[in-house]
Design a protein around this ligand. Sequence first.
Ligand code: 13P
Ligand code: SF4
Length: 337
Amino acid sequence: MTDTVFEGALGGLTPENLDPLIDLEAEIDRLRTQKNAVILAHFYQHPDIQDIADFVGDSLDLSRKAAETDADIIAFCGVKFMAEGAKILSPNKTVVLPDADAGCSLESSCRPDEFKAFRDAHPDHTAITYINCSAEVKALSDIIVTSSNAEAIIRQVPENQPILFAPDKHLGAFLARQSEREMTLWPGTCIVHEQFNERELIKLSMRHPNAKIAAHPECPDSILRQADHVGSTSSILKYVTTENAQEYIVATEQHIIHQMQLAAPDRTFLAAPGADGSCDCASCPFMALNSLEKLYLALANEAPYVEIPEELRVAALAPLQRMLDMSPASPQARNAA
Ligand code: 13P
Ligand code: SF4
């Protein structure tokens, strides 16, 4: 796999030589202004990072922000495939990722050589690929999707056109059901959503009979069939803050609950349980690698930074741009119209 995230020159500030008394929020703010940087954060980031970000959103909205920003530096508080996406869309910006090891189980389940063999075995299929994949897999795909635009995009593909979907088999199966299309699926899963447990969810739901269940489509069908609402992170956030119920069980990475509490402080949000009945399983270990300290260092050192060979970037841009062109307008664009 091509390396795309680099640690940068040695000799800069490191966690070891960082002054422990530093006011991290104030320093991040100072560097953001001084360097004309924008801080983008996914809903799965720690609340400290969400609170200091210029924009918190789902994968699609963060891609749009990265494509549109006039900042010189994009500090992407998320995982590697997201920071790569920002660099593909905004090649002239410096894109930094606070922790170079922030990967994703879906991305690592889908090696480019194996994905190419999958494509080669189905030459007449259109390859629709979830954005949670490497730049190389993007470059081998026809159209990229996120969980918030996938169904709308699939509905634009002619009905008689066979589809390959990678790398998330649960999202793929959900989309096949929703769009009533047959799709050939890559067998990848998200290690976070895979761990929710149907039996424990039913038990929690019995103890909170008025609670509505909202789930991300990366969950297995055993969880989705219990849900009152299935959608992307932004769709779940909208549902739990606008639906007419007081209590919600949230079957996705639990740090999104921070945004839910900010938007609806009078409502109760419970993290969906794993097999042992606890909710600790709903934390993404890759997202958790980022911290305020590492965000500060990333802005100070302008590293770890993303660099993508131009040929690969251009090849990955085509299906990503196709996604942006085929996506329904963002809520902001709809409001402005
Ligand atoms: P969305 O924010 O697009 O729903 O994606 C969820 C996710 O798993 C990102 O890693
Ligand atoms: Fe990947 Fe799952 Fe973590 Fe999202 S939550 S970054 S899909 S491992």
